[in-house]
Design a protein around this ligand. Structure first.
Ligand SMILES: Nc1nc2c(c(=O)[nH]1)N[C@H]1C(S)=C(S)[C@@H](COP(=O)(O)OP(=O)(O)OC[C@H]3O[C@@H](n4cnc5c(=O)[nH]c(N)nc54)[C@H](O)[C@@H]3O)O[C@H]1N2
Ligand SMILES: Nc1nc2c(c(=O)[nH]1)N[C@H]1C(S)=C(S)[C@@H](COP(=O)(O)OP(=O)(O)OC[C@H]3O[C@@H](n4cnc5c(=O)[nH]c(N)nc54)[C@H](O)[C@@H]3O)O[C@H]1N2
Ligand code: SF4
Ligand SMILES: [Mo]
Length: 902
């Protein structure tokens, strides 16, 4: 490229997605898009990105974006408004309700996807100036059990170690974590340690997930029974004299009670095995590995946190590390893997309803200190309502105004349907989002505020290892979108708090946040970034990733907490905690005999508002599904690839069946990503009970009693379309982005004739239809052309033999078709040069299962050989676990029917 035509240099920023917090280099193309690469200098990823990060460039289009403020009119319609009108409506609405009903009649519901600066001003406005602590966040559904467990054991919400510990560990225990899919870059780092240093890996998960690599020990724990396993471990460590009594005496309290309780819960290895549902031999292997390996890191995520006993699970894990003194030193320690890009930043500002600010709670001294720092006349004096309680209070009409920022509660909270109804009851529902269409918006927003999105917003995020990194803008603000901190600041000014909200930039907010962390902090508060309080605008702009604490007057550099054995409790000793004996919360009944587990898939992010825009990401697991063990599938009469009705006492979903022996018998697993905006009857939050942990208030999202039964549709097929279209009433559908448009899977009991008569209205006026109907075979295919361009097609067949879409999709991407492909289109077969590559396994290079199987049959019998031949697996590595699985199955079963996804 000639120097004159070169684009501006790449902008260093941080990934939009998970808590690994990878550094990204974004090179804008000047046309609203950007090329994305990993930042080789970022200490979280050293240049690596996973499939989601690598596809960020495919998610930048403005289609479907919320670009202007919108206000509800008295007739119910939403119309575009000016920022002044919208901000006045929010400020006046909140002020009027506070005046009439008091500050606790209003609430904010925030998100770990806000930047720290956004989060800080929202928290300050509610807790400092409106005077209520009704600020909670989706982190309640995510990290709050870890927060509560940390605070009980350490006296503060401190993550002791860092990623480097995972490079140095000799044993990595992953419990309740599908890191291969959810923290992929970190997982690759753990695998590199295994490869290069021989580290052992133990995975504790009811499912055999992609995280279980060859040779690892997998403990398929019974749902919710981690406390039994870790109590048994504590007993075993005691009985084999593996405790570090010097450490226990000098630095901890509570051992006796914790050990007595552990002995009640899991007195012996066989009691542990029986209580946790793990084979005794495997329990012994795990206990021995843990006992004999000093450098052990235990990573935990939602299988631990999202539990009715989540906080006790966390403390049962922490007990084992404290009892062996394996904390605060290189290569060892407990490690909470955080979910969202800024879950940690939200905890730092105090975004949870039971925190005030800067890792301070509601102790009188803290209220006084924060009140003086903020110059707040009437700061909140007691904890506010946690998410589930907050929405219950909304349902009862006690909370009358709610501002939702950067989260989609009508999908992600338990009993999603009930949440949607509750939202509809509010006097004032304000939503700040990037997109114009979500289930939460559909609940009846009164004010929609267009927020700056990733790539446009500017500020900081903190990752799982306490590293603060800059998210930098590399695209202009589209339409009238504005940063969240600006929106909140403008509302605060209009509510009469202009002096306290005089920020001109994100840097202004950051400096104040940093100053508060150090304010009257004599070292008894872990969160201290006082050294950053004096950053100039330029220094903030250029800020390199930095791990906290960064105390004023101390050198910066990575550091571990608790190296000196001093904790943040009043006596500076850590606490071992006696957990409650775990009980399955609602025992399976004859009506709901199974346990529904929910979670994530590799290539989608939550409710898909960003990841759902990428064709590459959509290709991996394109339909909402439920995973079922073969024994349960046979008992219920389910067949792989068919449909099932999954129900709980709260609701019903209809999902595709995936039979997998990786599933624990008696358990079902369904991903959380689909909503009423992207599918019919696939919003699994609908089914989940709102049972919460007594300490953290975190809902149990992994174990809801459920039932499953087959559903037969007469017809099944797909629509490929450039834009959304209205399907006949009663159609089951789910959509995914593909090259050039959307693929909508459809299933229906309507007669073919009804579909045929619907075809014209389906694809709009003026289209030219090419049709093929074979009534005896129940097959109907129609393609719609407008001015010679293929704009949509519909393929339907009997549900036991639905038409495959791969070949048609390849033609659909071409838009204008020559004569030959136009003729072959309705045959559904591929034309020469376009092969049927099967479901995509490697998202980076678009390599499908059929292509991989052919290569394996042709002699590519290792991951490396596949990489050389097809490049699959050579970029981000997210698909390596699936490649290995395909290889395994192709060797043992040459016809090969391994599910790439399971
Ligand atoms: N691809 C992708 N990555 C993501 C996200 C995403 O949406 N998509 N979201 C991010 C966010 S916000 C989060 S919080 C993290 C979550 O990351 P993870 O916690 O790793 O993901 P989940 O799939 O929610 O659940 C992890 C595992 O817990 C297991 N589990 C269920 N019950 C139990 C139990 O009783 N005990 C044990 N030990 N395990 C159990 C489940 O089978 C599941 O495999 O992922 C982050 N990364
Ligand atoms: N059953 C079940 N339920 C779960 C879970 C589970 O495992 N099982 N996991 C829980 C967990 S761990 C989490 S983290 C939650 C996630 O659940 P949610 O937070 O509800 O999911 P998201 O899709 O991430 O929602 C983010 C919304 O904010 C918008 N957005 C993104 N960036 C910005 C921004 O900068 N500003 C503004 N204003 N808007 C923005 C997006 O368009 C999107 O609409 O789900 C929870 N719910
Ligand atoms: S692991 Fe993937 S999703 Fe997570 S921050 Fe890194 S690139 Fe982004
Ligand atoms: Mo999360």
């Amino acid at each position: 490229m000639n120097a004159l035509t070169q684009h501006p240099p790449a902008v260093r920023t941080t990934c939009a997605y998970c808590g690994v917090g990878c550094g990204v280099l974004a090179s804008p193309d000047g046309l609203g898009g950007a090329t994305i690469g990993g930042d080789p200098d970022h200490p979280a990823n050293f240049g690596r990105l996973c499939s989601k990060g690598a596809a960020l460039g495919e998610t930048l289009s403005l289609d479907g974006r919320l670009l202007y403020p919108m206000l509800r009119q008295s007739d119910g319609t939403m119309v575009r408004a000016s920022w002044d009108e919208a901000l006045d409506r929010v400020a006046d609405g909140f002020a009027a309700i506070v005046e009439r009903h008091g500050p606790d009649a209003v609430a904010f519901y925030l998100s770990g996807q806000l930047l720290t600066e956004d989060y800080y001003v929202a928290n300050k406005l509610m807790k400092g100036f409106i005077g209520s602590a009704n600020v909670d966040t989706n982190s309640r559904l995510c990290m709050s059990s870890s927060v509560a467990g940390h605070r009980r054991a350490f006296g503060a919400d401190t993550v002791p170690g860092g990623y480097a510990d995972l490079d140095e560990a000799d044993l990595v225990v992953l419990t309740g974590s599908n890191a291969a899919w959810c923290h992929p870059v970190l997982y690759q780092r753990i695998l590199a340690n295994k490869r290069e240093r021989g580290a052992r890996i133990v995975v504790i998960d009811p499912r055999r997930t992609a995280t279980v690599d060859d040779g690892d020990l997998h403990l398929a724990v019974a749902p919710g029974m981690d406390t039994v396993l870790f109590s048994g471990l504590l007993v075993h460590l005691a009985d084999t004299l593996a405790f570090d009594y010097g450490y226990l005496d000098a630095h901890t309290a509570g051992l006796t009670e914790a050990l007595v309780r552990a002995r009640e819960i899991a007195p012996t290895v066989s009691a542990t095995a029986a209580g946790s549902g793990v084979a005794e031999d495997d329990v012994v292997r795990f206990f021995e590995l843990f006992r004999s390996t000093e450098k052990t890191v235990t990573c935990y995520s939602q299988g631990v946190n999202q539990s009715a006993q989540g906080t006790d699970k966390v403390n049962a894990i922490l007990n084992c590390h404290l009892a062996t003194g394996r904390i605060g030193r290189p290569g060892m320690g407990p490690f909470s893997l955080t979910g969202q890009p800024n879950a940690m930043g939200g905890r730092e500002v105090g975004g949870l309803a039971n925190q005030l600010a800067a890792h301070m709670g509601f102790e009188p001294e803290a209220i006084d200190r924060v009140g003086r720092f903020w110059r707040a006349g009437a700061p909140a004096r007691r904890e506010g309502l946690k998410a589930v309680q907050m929405f219950e209070a909304i349902g009862r009409g006690e909370i009358k105004a709610l501002w939702v920022m950067a989260t989609n509660p009508a999908v992600s909270l338990p009993r999603a349907g009930l949440i949607q109804d509750a939202l509809g009851k509010l006097d004032l529902l304000v939503i700040s989002d990037n997109v114009a269409r979500t289930d939460t918006i559909a609940a009846g927003a009164d004010v929609l505020l267009p927020a700056a999105a990733w790539g446009e917003k500017d500020g900081t995020v903190t990752n799982s290892e306490r590293r603060i990194s800059r998210q930098r803008a590399f695209l202009p603000l589209p339409g009238e979108a504005r940063p969240d901190w600006w929106i909140v600041t403008e509302v605060a000014r209009r509510m009469g708090f202009a002096d306290a909200f005089a920020y001109r930039s994100a840097a202004d907010v950051f400096r104040e946040h940093a100053a508060l962390s150090a304010f009257e902090n004599d070292g008894t508060r872990d969160f201290d970034i006082g050294a950053l309080a004096g950053l100039s605008d330029d220094a903030y702009r250029a800020l390199d990733p930095v791990q906290w604490p960064v105390r004023a007057g101390e050198p910066t550099g990575d550091r571990r907490f608790f190296a000196d054995g001093r904790f943040f409790t009043p006596d500076r000793r850590a606490r071992l905690i006696a957990p409650e004996p775990p009980q399955p919360h609602a025992a399976p009944s004859s009506q709901f005999p199974l346990v529904l587990n929910t979670g994530r898939i590799r290539d989608q992010w939550h409710t898909m508002t960003r990841s759902g825009r990428s064709p590459r990401l959509g290709a991996h697991l394109p339909q909402p599904f439920v995973e079922v063990h073969p024994v349960d599938a046979a008992a219920a009469g389910l067949s792989d690839g068919g449909f099932a009705r999954v129900s709980s006492v709260h609701g019903v979903c209809i999902l595709k069946v995936m039979v997998s022996d990786g599933q624990r018998p008696g358990s079902l697993f369904a991903p959380i990503h689909w909503s009423n905006s992207t599918a019919a009857m696939a919003r699994v939050g609908e089914l989940v009970a709102s049972v919460t942990d007594p300490f953290s208030g975190q809902p149990e999202a992994k174990a809801t009693p459920a039932a499953i039964a087959p559903v037969g549709f007469a017809l099944e097929g797909f629509v490929l379309t450039r834009s959304r279209c209205d399907l006949p009433a009663g159609t089951w559908w789910s959509e995914v982005t593909i090259g050039g448009g959307l693929e909508v899977t459809v299933a229906s009991d309507a007669p073919l004739a009804q579909w045929q008569s619907h075809a014209q209205s389906l694809f709009g006026p003026g289209v030219e239809l090419a049709e093929y109907l074979d009534t005896p075979r129940q097959s109907y295919r129609v393609a719609a052309f407008l001015d010679g361009r293929l704009i949509a097609c519909l393929f339907l067949g009997p549900s036991n033999d639905p038409p495959p879409s791969d070949a048609v999709k390849a033609l659909f991407e071409m838009e204008t078709l020559g004569d030959a492909p136009r003729r072959t289109l309705l045959s559904g077969r591929s034309v020469s040069g376009l092969t049927d590559h099967g479901a995509i396994v490697c998202a980076c290079f678009g390599v499908g299962r059929n292509t991989l199987q052919t290569a394996i049959r042709d002699g590519a019998t290792s991951v490396d050989a596949i990489g050389t031949r097809l490049r699959a697996g050579t970029n981000c590595g997210s698909c390596l676990p699936e490649l290995r699985k395909l290889l395994r199955h192709s060797v043992s079963d040459p016809a090969g029917d391994a599910h790439a996804g399971s």
